[in-house]
Design a protein around this ligand. Structure first.
Ligand SMILES: CC(C)(COP(=O)(O)OP(=O)(O)OC[C@H]1O[C@@H](n2cnc3c(N)ncnc32)[C@H](O)[C@@H]1OP(=O)(O)O)[C@@H](O)C(=O)NCCC(=O)NCCS
Length: 333
């Protein structure tokens, strides 16, 4: 028996203790000063019937867990995969708790009919936490399949205005539309089509490329989920002037209750429209639109696979710098 227990987001004290342990352990490993908010965990983990949902787990007492984990189950794109994170309380390491937590997760994931376990560990680059994660994974048979680099982009309105002028001049023949909140019905089909293309366009994290099927209803589900998270969603859409077709999108989200840090979600440009400055124009336009609706926001965090050279070059040209890395491990059960 591993002692793995599920944590219910409606069980106030147990849920608060889970969030506190996760938050503390993640800051300790990564140096990050902000992470997921309790209301965001509630939105992610409340509904097992949602096609994409998370479950929260702990080892040890409900009021003071020894270790915590989260697993995200996606019933739309990859029904074999469980994407997890696991953290042992920093004061309780090297006592076999990480091993017990992993073994409990393996049992749980297998019982749910999934055979691929992905573990992500957000760590400060070249830190003791990075070494511990790599050593633990190696000792427990998890293969290190990829690394994503997290960068921060400090937003300065005057710099953004200058950047946008330059990007607009370069990406002649295109225009950028901004959508704050629900996508206008007339753009929905195209927006869904583009959303479905991104998964096949980025390096595979090691669990097999999963093709994503998107339709207008899924875009609406995403918009509802963002609202449940208590966040705003700002999307820049690139349109080719000659054909009138959408050729790319760029999404940014930010919490309404803690707006300082925004998060970059997907950015995608169709292959035949690349290397014309369209993506970086969308990024800058999305950042400016974000500041217009959320003036307290000062930075955007973004994560990209370390092998994704074009995106990294673009992000660095915008002045972004690395603050942490997500080590990705995979085990086939
Ligand atoms: C990685 C982590 C989960 C390990 O938890 P833990 O309870 O200390 O792990 P265990 O006691 O079960 O260790 C199992 C084995 O992993 C290896 N290991 C774990 N931590 C290590 C470290 N800091 N340095 C070297 N090896 C380590 C050892 O082989 C260890 O066996 P041993 O103690 O008999 O030598 C914990 O350090 C943690 O929460 N880190 C932050 C989050 C994270 O990285 N999670 C994902 C890891 S894939």
């Amino acid at each position: 028996m591993s002692g793995l227990a599920r944590v219910d987001v409606d069980d106030g004290p147990a849920f608060s203790a889970w969030v506190e342990c996760y938050d503390r352990a993640q800051r300790h490993a990564s140096g990050a000063d902000e992470g997921w908010l309790p209301e965001e965990w509630r939105a992610r983990a409340r509904d097992d019937a949602a096609p994409i949902h998370s479950r929260l787990y702990r080892l040890g007492p409900a009021g003071s867990p020894d270790a915590v984990a989260v697993a995200e189950y996606n019933g739309l794109d990859n029904v074999r995969l469980a994407q997890t994170e696991l953290y042992v309380d920093p004061a309780r390491r090297r006592r076999g708790l990480g091993t017990a937590l992993l073994s409990g997760l393996v049992d749980e994931v297998g019982a749910l009919g999934r055979d691929t376990l992905m573990v992500r560990a957000l760590v400060a680059p070249a830190s003791e936490a990075a070494r511990a994660a790599l050593a633990f994974a190696d000792a427990r048979g998890l293969a290190h399949t990829s690394t994503s680099l997290r960068r921060v982009w400090d937003l300065d309105p005057a710099t953004l205005a200058r950047l946008e002028d330059r990007r607009r001049a370069r990406a002649r023949g295109y225009e950028v539309l901004i959508v704050v909140g629900p996508t206008p019905a007339a753009l929905l089909e195209e927006r869904a089509r583009l959303a479905g293309l991104i998964a096949g366009a980025v390096p595979d994290a090691g669990a097999g490329a999963s093709e994503q099927r998107w339709d207008p209803a899924r875009v609406r589900d995403l918009e509802r989920h963002v609202a449940d998270l208590g966040r705003r969603l700002v999307v820049a859409l690139a349109r080719e002037g000659s054909s009138g077709r959408l050729v790319g999108f760029c999404e940014v989200t930010v919490s309404r209750s803690r707006p300082r840090t925004a998060y970059q979600w997907g950015t995608f440009v169709e292959p035949e429209h690349r290397e014309r400055g369209v993506a970086s124009w969308m990024k800058v336009a999305a950042a400016r639109a974000l500041l217009a609706v959320s003036p307290a926001t000062t930075r955007i965090l973004t994560e990209n696979d370390a092998r994704n050279a074009p995106v990294i070059a673009m992000n660095e040209s915008l002045g972004q710098r690395v603050v942490a890395e997500n080590l990705v491990f995979v085990a086939t059960l």
